[in-house]
Ligand binder design. Structure first.
Ligand code: PGA
Length: 225
């Protein structure tokens, strides 16, 4: 008998939770995250040395937002600017091959779907509307605009999405392309699948504890059916 770990994970799942940037689309393809990070740093202007150090270290706009969490005024200012940048970015976001098939497979097999993202929920909604996918997603869980510390790797967003779908987290499979996604999924008590969309990611996702790692969303779609 062949053992199909991915098929088994989905067979017993009631809901499939998708991270947005990566598994569903490349959000920052036309408006690079690096450019947004630089623009947000410029907007922040002069800040105290310790904060400046943390902000310079941030690898992307969400890490930058997190770095400002202790400064409510600045965090609010950057949150608003990042929301605007994300809304602009999704207009040119490119779909991930296999993502549409994966969502269709969930619909056909009667599994609930939520998107769980550190991005602004309205930008996710715009992308889904633009690409005709809105009806296939029961819930969009974006970051909490008032508290960046609740972004993944915190389990908060996954727990909230499961509550919105009225399922236990243990009945959810969460697919993400970052080790922080896998950490969030595990901390929430969900099953986790790593999507290794770049060379070298597979080992890191497995090390973070992903139960299965896939290289393509097409492979994932086939396993859901
Ligand atoms: O874009 C990011 O880095 C985070 O967003 P995600 O949670 O949708 O992956």
């Amino acid at each position: 008998m062949t053992i199909d770990p991915l098929g088994q994970l989905f067979a017993s799942a009631e809901a499939v939770l998708f991270d947005f940037d990566g598994p569903i689309c490349s959000v920052f393809d036309g408006y690079p995250a690096q450019r947004i990070t630089v623009e947000l740093r410029q907007l922040a202007g002069a800040v105290p040395d310790d904060l400046n150090e943390a902000m310079q270290k941030a690898a992307g706009p969400h890490e930058l937002l997190l770095a400002t969490a202790g400064d409510t005024r600045l965090a609010t200012q950057l949150e608003r600017a990042l929301q605007a940048a994300e809304l602009a970015a999704v207009e040119s976001a490119l779909p991930t091959p296999g993502a549409v098939a994966a969502l269709a497979a969930c619909r056909d097999s009667g599994k609930l779907v939520a998107i769980v993202s550190n991005n602004y929920d309205e930008s996710v909604a715009r992308y889904l509307a633009r690409t005709g996918l809105a009806a296939q997603v029961a819930h969009i869980q974006g970051r909490d605009p008032s508290d960046p510390t609740l972004m993944k790797p915190s389990p908060h967003l996954i727990e909230k999405a499961a509550r919105a779908l009225d399922v236990r987290t243990s009945a959810c499979v969460f697919i993400g392309d970052q080790t922080s996604d896998v950490e969030a999924g595990r901390a929430a008590g969900a099953h986790t699948v790593g999507y290794a969309n770049k060379p070298g990611k597979a080992d890191a996702l497995a090390l973070a504890g992903a139960e299965v790692v896939v290289d393509t969303m097409t492979e994932l779609a086939a396993a859901i059916r």
